[in-house]
Structure formats: structure tokens, C-alpha cells
Ligand binder design. Structure first.
Ligand SMILES: [Zn+2]
Length: 473
């Protein structure tokens, strides 16, 4: 598309800077790879291996934290695995879609930019139309929000993440030129993926246009895309409908939906055991009443009661006490595993049975047919005064981004990063004037240690308000 002149803004970056194939790390899952980009470390070192990770799961410092500790203003908008938001001094954080509540840092961030709260979200999405509308909203709103954040909060280093192409790539890979539509493909979506790529290019242009001549821009994807060998059907569960119909209120009952895609996974936060048990039984009891036409159960349940964590960890090695504190605390974790035969039948016949009554299939679930899958090689572009122009495509690793970011931010490169500082990307004159420096990781500045996980309410003010509203005791 670049060669055909369809992506003028990416092409402009390529013409004044560099582009590269970007090798990802395994497992090629977004939270894992974005954390490797942020830390410069492999998953084995940073500890994020799956979707349920939160910021406390990251075992090594991120560059964001290191920059903030060195006094730089850092801004993150929709970056994955940043929930709960770190209170970066003079910076801002809007956690990415794995967030478990709407907290941002600073708490009045959206008031400061005088815009209603907006962050990309994937919870409770059903039909393809809803998915497409959600993606279109992202490519339309995000450049405007990011530019406003950039202008008003003036970060020195920042990152904004777009999810549009991942969501589109999975569902609409068949719409690339030469792709073969699966049987029953909706003609309204013809050409939608290439169209979205053009919209993302336009969004890039809008963001780059607001930068100054001394600024650098790096564009990276956590992975690439390719056609999958066959169509893979996935199910999205309407979590809001399910919980409400079961008579549950996530806030009141301390339920947290960890995932409603492919399966429903719910965490019950620690607390008063009889009340938690009642909520758990209500949920499990309701799920058991959901049946396919003909009466077979729609889900296979798993319930795990999580033992209470010891509060006195004296005498344990520090790292062990830390991991005890940081492992997801819960009263229990419940999963309702989709039984594909039951869901297929409900889709074919148009309804589920809930407690013997017919409920339209789309009320509970939506099917998603995946025709695209992750490719382990993504894309990379860089431009700015330090970046030399090189034609052709270079080959880099996602691990090479952290040392480059440190260098471009004028910071010494910590010696625990696993990628290479790629001198070939840097203008030779700039390199002479700004020789790269390294620093032993142990001596690199760090933000003061946090108290560790305190389960949803990080600061006293939030706790006080929740207490006043009767949500906690
Ligand atoms: Zn994906």
C-alpha cells in the first residue's frame, strides 16, 4: 500500500527516516510484546505471559518509569499493562484496554484537556457492526485526544497505542486484495481492512503534524498479520446482560470480569466470605441454567477458591514475599468455558434456553470468525533529527526499541536491556555530537517503591469515597 501511494504519511516518514521489519517475541500476544517494548526485556525477564497481567506483574523497570525517575515528563495513552496507573510525576497515564477500572493519572486528566473521557475498550462488544463502529471511533478520536494531551500536558516522552488494525486484522483479513471471503461473508465489509489501514495512516499524519522539528517519532507494531489456514470461530459473551440477569452487580458484589471473549472468566475480590460465596453461587447457578436448544449445557464451569494470603511474610526472602503480595488476590476465580457444539446449535436455531425460556442467541453471545492471525514480524518506522535516512527495509527486534528510546530521550542506556542500540539508524554527525552512554542498571534512577497491590483502591482518597458510598468497609 505504501508503494502504491495509498499511505502518504507513513511513506513520508520512510522517506525522511527508516523503516524495518520488526521481529517480535514469543508468545506473540499484545500484552507480552508491548511489555517487551516498554522494558527492553524478554518475557522470561519481565514476567508478563498472558492477558490477565496488570502493572504489578511486570518484574523489571519499564523505560517509562526510568524516564520519570530521571525527571522527564512521560505520557501514556492506552498503552497495555499500565493498570493500575502509575502516579508518574508530572506525567499522565490512561491504561490500555486490559484496565480493570476507569482510573487514570492524574485523576482529573480529562477535565484538564476539557474533553469527555475516552479510551479504547473492548468489553461487551457483540456484533461485527459494533466492533467496526468501535474501531472507527478509535481512529477518529484518538489523534485528536492524543494531540490535546500532548499540547496541554507537554510530555517529553509519550506513547499512544492504536488497536484498530489488530481487531480488524483478525476478523477481516479476507478483505485484503486477493483475500478469499469465507462463506456467508457480509458484503458490507468489503475492503474494510485496507480502508482502515488508510485511516490509521491519516491518524499518524495528524499526530506527526503536531510535533516540533526537534521531536522524534517511532512507529512500531507488536506483531504483523497473515491469513490463518482456516476460519477460527470465537465467541464473545455479553457480560453485562449475563451478570445483570443473574442479579449481580460487579461493584456491589466485588466481581471483576477478567475476560468475556472466548470464555467468561470472573474474579471475586477478597472479602467477607459468606457474601462472596453467595455471589459466586448466584453466578454459577445462573450459568448452569443457560442451555442450548435441546437442553445441553452451554458452558463447562470451573471454580477455584483461592487461599488467603499470609499477611506476615517476615522471614521469607524478599522476592518471595513480593510475589505473594503481587499474585492476583481473590476470594475465588470462576470460569464458564464455552461449549462450541451448544453455541453452534443456539446460533443455528436462533436462541438459548435460560431457565427453560427462549432468549435470542445474540442477547448472550456473538460469533467472531477469525480469518487473520498474528505474524511474528511487525513493522517499524522512525524519523526525526537524529535518525538518518536509509532506503530499503532494515531488520530489527522489538527489543531494540528500548535502547533507541533511551538514546533519543537523552538518557544513558541501562545495561540490563537485551536489545541492541542500533547505531546504523542514527545520523553520523548526531552520533558524534551525542555519543551514547550506558549506565549499570543498579545505578539507574528508580521511582520510590510503591506499597504494592492494595486491591483496586490505590489511594486513601479513593478508599474514603468508596467507604462514603458504602462500597467498602
Ligand atoms: Zn491480535
Amino acid at each position: 500500500m505504501i508503494e502504491a501511494g495509498q499511505l502518504p504519511h507513513l511513506r513520508a516518514l520512510q522517506e525522511r527516516g527508516v523503516s524495518a521489519d520488526l521481529a517480535s517475541v514469543a508468545p506473540v500476544l499484545s500484552p507480552v510484546v508491548w511489555t517487551s517494548i516498554a522494558t527492553g526485556r524478554r518475557p522470561e525477564a519481565h514476567g508478563v505471559r498472558f492477558f490477565y497481567a496488570d502493572r504489578y506483574s511486570i518484574r523489571v523497570p519499564t523505560l517509562w518509569d526510568r524516564f520519570a525517575a530521571s525527571g522527564l515528563r512521560v505520557g501514556l495513552y492506552d498503552y497495555l499493562v499500565t493498570w493500575p496507573p502509575h502516579h508518574l510525576p508530572n506525567g499522565f497515564v490512561v491504561p490500555g484496554w486490559l484496565r480493570r477500572d476507569d482510573s487514570v493519572w492524574p485523576p482529573d486528566l480529562f477535565q484538564r484537556i476539557r474533553l469527555p473521557r475516552y479510551a479504547y475498550s473492548v468489553s461487551n462488544l457483540g456484533s461485527p457492526e459494533e466492533i467496526v463502529a468501535n474501531i472507527q471511533r478509535e481512529v477518529r478520536e484518538k489523534p485528536r485526544y492524543w494531540n490535546r494531551l500532548w499540547k496541554e500536558l507537554r510530555p517529553e516522552v509519550g506513547a499512544v497505542t492504536f488497536y484498530a488494525l489488530d481487531q480488524m486484522g483478525h476478523r477481516f483479513w479476507y478483505t485484503v486484495p486477493g483475500g478469499s471471503p469465507p462463506p456467508g461473508a457480509d458484503p458490507r465489509f468489503t475492503g474494510i481492512l485496507p480502508r482502515t489501514v488508510r485511516e490509521v495512516d491519516r491518524a499518524v499524519g495528524e499526530i506527526v503534524a503536531s510535533l516540533g522539528p526537534a521531536d522524534h517519532v517511532l512507529i512500531a507494531s507488536d506483531h504483523g498479520f497473515r491469513a490463518s489456514a482456516r476460519v477460527n470461530r470465537r465467541w464473545g459473551i455479553r457480560q453485562d446482560w449475563l451478570l445483570a440477569t443473574a442479579g449481580l452487580d460487579p461493584r456491589r458484589d466485588g466481581l471483576e470480569v477478567l475476560s468475556s471473549f472466548m470464555n467468561l472468566t470472573v474474579r471475586l475480590t477478597p472479602g467477607d466470605a459468606p457474601a462472596k460465596e453467595e455471589a459466586l453461587q448466584k453466578l454459577a447457578g445462573f450459568v448452569a441454567k443457560i442451555r442450548a436448544p435441546g437442553g445441553s449445557p452451554a458452558f463447562d464451569p470451573i471454580t477455584v477458591h483461592v487461599p488467603e494470603r499470609p499477611t506476615d511474610t517476615k522471614g521469607y526472602p524478599d522476592w518471595f514475599a513480593q510475589s505473594l503480595r503481587e499474585t492476583l488476590p481473590a476470594y475465588a476465580v470462576y470460569a464458564a468455558l464455552v461449549r462450541p457444539e451448544a453455541f453452534e446449535r443456539a446460533l443455528r436455531e436462533g436462541y438459548f434456553l435460560v431457565d427453560g425460556k427462549r432468549v435470542p442467541a445474540g442477547t448472550l453471545a456473538a460469533e467472531h470468525d477469525f480469518t487473520g492471525e498474528h505474524d511474528p514480524v511487525g513493522i517499524f518506522f522512525a524519523a526525526g533529527p537524529a535518525i538518518r535516512h536509509r532506503p530499503g527495509r532494515l531488520r530489527l527486534s522489538v527489543l531494540d526499541i528500548a535502547p533507541l528510546m533511551a538514546y533519543l530521550a537523552g538518557q544513558p542506556i541501562p545495561d540490563d536491556l537485551e536489545g541492541q542500540f542500533q547505531r546504523a539508524l542514527i545520523d553520523p554527525g548526531y552520533l558524534d555530537r551525542h555519543p551514547p552512554r550506558t549506565i549499570p542498571a543498579a545505578r539507574a534512577p528508580r521511582l520510590p517503591a510503591e506499597k504494592g497491590r492494595t486491591d483496586n483502591a490505590e489511594d486513601e482518597e479513593t478508599k474514603r469515597r468508596l467507604r462514603a458510598l458504602g462500597y467498602i468497609q
